[in-house]
Design a binder for this molecule. Structure first.
Ligand code: URA
Length: 242
């Protein structure tokens, strides 16, 4: 069945449909050797479709990894300026994987990496409210009534945040360690939430994503998800596993 090119690329697990549109508009996609830069055309997946010259392999095995991202790695698949990306930490993985969402360059912690575009897009959808827990080292020490503002929802330039679950873990001199759980995924959200109560985030680590945590995975290392963990993610994303 003929389908839009962006859909075929997304189904191959290379990028979300939106990102696939970007690849097409950037002239990085060819069909039977011809660069296609329009989004409207329909093609058969049996045609020779290439991204950056590499043919799509539609039946690529789906793989899922949990990475403990260190600081100093970009959460992208590729960087035009040649900076280190999280994929540099998985050199043995041959599939065309990419990270699920983003952690800032200077944020560390749990990042899922996969080539399952359908699952990744499902999990990123705001409808599913996937909890993400972070530990932030902030300064100065926030007062409880400031933390209450985060618990209630705080106004940022892109609108009110959903209520967060916030726990003061520890204080040392002028710094506090705060655990914060949010389910939205706005850009630099945790840093901006603390900035809105007058705190600077000195270090940020994601320690949980849904029920997954970093147990047994050292910084810079990764492990495959178990079948049960993948099934649970499918359940959360409300998608039937193929
Ligand atoms: N919130 C942030 O501010 N940064 C991240 O990397 C993740 C969440």
């Amino acid at each position: 069945m003929a389908e839009r090119l962006q859909k075929i690329i997304a189904q191959a697990g290379i990028a979300s449909r939106r990102a696939a549109e970007g690849l097409i508009l950037a002239g990085r996609v060819t069909v039977d050797g011809k660069v296609i830069m329009e989004l409207g055309g329909k093609y058969e997946s049996s045609q020779r479709i290439c991204v950056d010259g590499k043919p799509l392999t539609l039946a690529e095995e789906k793989v899922y990894f949990l990475l403990n991202k260190p600081k100093g790695y970009l959460s992208t698949a590729k960087d035009e300026r040649g900076r280190r990306t999280v994929l540099d930490l998985l050199p043995e993985v041959k599939q065309r994987v990419y990270p699920l969402g983003r952690l800032d360059n200077n944020t560390e912690g749990l990042l899922l990496i996969s080539n399952d575009g359908q699952l990744m897009n499902g999990l990123l959808h705001p409808r599913y409210k996937v909890n993400k827990t972070y530990v932030a080292r902030v300064a100065p020490v926030p007062a409880e009534n400031a933390l209450d503002k985060l618990r209630q929802g705080i106004r940022l330039e892109d609108g009110l945040t959903a209520p967060a679950v916030v726990r003061l873990l520890d204080t040392v001199e002028d710094e506090a360690k705060v655990e914060i759980t949010i389910h939205e995924g706005r850009n630099r959200q945790v840093r901006r939430m603390f900035a809105a109560i007058g705190c600077d985030v000195r270090a940020l680590k994601r320690i949980r994503f849904a029920k997954l945590n970093l147990a047994g995975v050292k910084r810079g290392h990764y492990r495959p998800l178990t079948d049960a963990e993948v099934a649970e993610l499918y359940h959360i994303a409300g998608i039937e596993q193929a």
